[in-house]
Design a protein around this ligand. Structure first.
Ligand SMILES: [Zn+2]
Length: 400
């Protein structure tokens, strides 16, 4: 859909096209008469708009509905393989790339490896290669791609498409768009990875229609995407959601930010793995001692050991959950959300510790906000940020 504004009439036509396209998305199938009733537009105007949408291939005729006296109405629906969007989740050693269709269904996914200590330029070039290969494999022309969303583990300026700072990637003031030479004609969107996950939960996950929620990602770092009144809350400089640096124990370990006892130093998967290695070195009785080498201990081996009844491994998970509960109680008292969704690596052990998290929250939070909040594990898992990034161009198309 052309986004040029050649005057008020053209703008209104485009606006109405967007509204109708979004209604068809929300309701899955609607007749022209129903669309006229929902929008207040005349049947003639709806006819003109839907003809354009049919001609451009965004929608198709998907059968007929029930008759209300006359002919059975033709139902219009989104045409799944008409247009596509791409989402990329950039991490230290890899980038997860997802191709979705206009309905948000995942068509293809791949993990593109990135050399250790690669420059931003090289990483982006590898991502471009991965995207081009994926499009070629699926025989999709580049003109059919609505946009590319890129999720970054760090502070981003989503307006000028710059990564301000991504410490784990070693990126500082990186102009991602300038490096994406192969896709200079396609809209590129940059988003923080936790905010991308929150967008995903809001569009297709557990927070659809939820106005006030927090989506927390637990992995080697910890961050949150916050929705207030149905919109992302970014704060004045775009750094809202850095909940990994809430201090939960002043006497705790030193954090990369220079402070002591940040949540990230006590509840991230990186911390849990370091803690497990420390205990093995100390000779504490645990089946983690049987892991081939210290370097092989991962969050998965800790979770497997805890599930097998290993008390030392279980204790590591429970301690991290306790600190998470303390941080959540601060967030709940401050923001009064109706839902908190915890995602990424947390979903691997959520069933083992969610009750502990909830008990700490109950004990440490004011009664009123606690009675209104639901704390749950994400069902989307490690794809959430890539999928959220892919959803950004779709949100633009549907005027959201
Ligand atoms: Zn910190």
């Amino acid at each position: 859909m052309s986004r040029r504004k050649t005057g008020n009439n053209q703008y209104l036509k485009q606006r109405n096209q967007t509204v109708i396209l979004d209604l068809i998305r929300v309701y899955k199938q609607k007749s022209k008469t129903e669309l006229a009733e929902l929008t207040g537009l005349s049947p003639t105007a709806v006819g003109v708009i839907t003809s354009c949408l049919l001609k451009d291939g965004y929608i198709h005729e998907a059968g007929t509905g029930d008759s209300k006296g006359g002919r059975r109405p033709i139902l219009l629906a989104l045409k799944p393989h008409s247009y596509y969007a791409i989402g990329v989740d950039v991490d230290v050693m890899y980038a997860k790339i997802l191709l979705v269709d206009i309905t948000g269904n995942i068509i293809e996914e791949k993990t593109q490896s990135v050399p250790k200590n690669a420059t931003a330029k090289l990483t982006i070039a590898q991502i471009e290669q991965g995207i081009l290969q994926m499009l070629a494999q699926k025989n999709i022309r580049i003109q059919k791609v609505l946009g590319i969303g890129i999720s970054i583990p760090g502070l981003v300026n989503h307006k000028n498409r710059q990564v301000v700072l991504a410490p784990n990637l070693g990126w500082h003031n990186v102009d991602v768009y300038a490096h994406m030479k192969q896709f200079s004609d396609i809209p590129i969107y940059i988003e923080n990875e936790a905010m991308a996950s929150a967008i995903c939960e809001n569009w297709v996950g557990l927070c659809q229609g939820v106005e006030h929620f927090i989506c927390i990602n637990i992995q080697s770092g910890i961050g949150a995407g916050i929705f207030v009144n149905g919109n992302i809350y970014r704060g004045v400089g775009g750094s809202a959601g850095e909940v990994g640096h809430i201090v939960v124990d002043e006497t705790g370990p030193r954090c990369g930010c220079g402070n002591y006892g940040c949540l990230e130093t006590l509840a991230s998967t990186y911390h849990m793995v370091q803690e497990a290695k420390k205990r093995v070195r100390q000779g504490i009785v645990s089946c983690l001692n049987d892991v081939e080498a210290l370097a092989c201990i991962s969050i998965e081996t800790i979770v497997d050991a805890a599930r097998a009844g290993d008390q030392a491994a279980y204790h590591i998970l429970k301690e991290a959950a306790r600190y998470l509960g303390i941080a959540l109680s601060n967030m709940i008292n401050t923001l009064n959300p109706s839902k908190i969704v915890i995602g990424k690596e947390f979903v691997k052990y959520a069933d083992l510790v969610l009750e502990d998290v909830y008990n700490i929250v109950q004990a440490k939070t004011l009664h009123f906000p606690t009675s209104n909040v639901e704390i749950i594990a994400s069902k989307i898992g490690d794809k959430a940020s890539a999928l959220g990034a892919a959803i950004i161009p779709l949100k633009v198309l549907f005027g959201r």
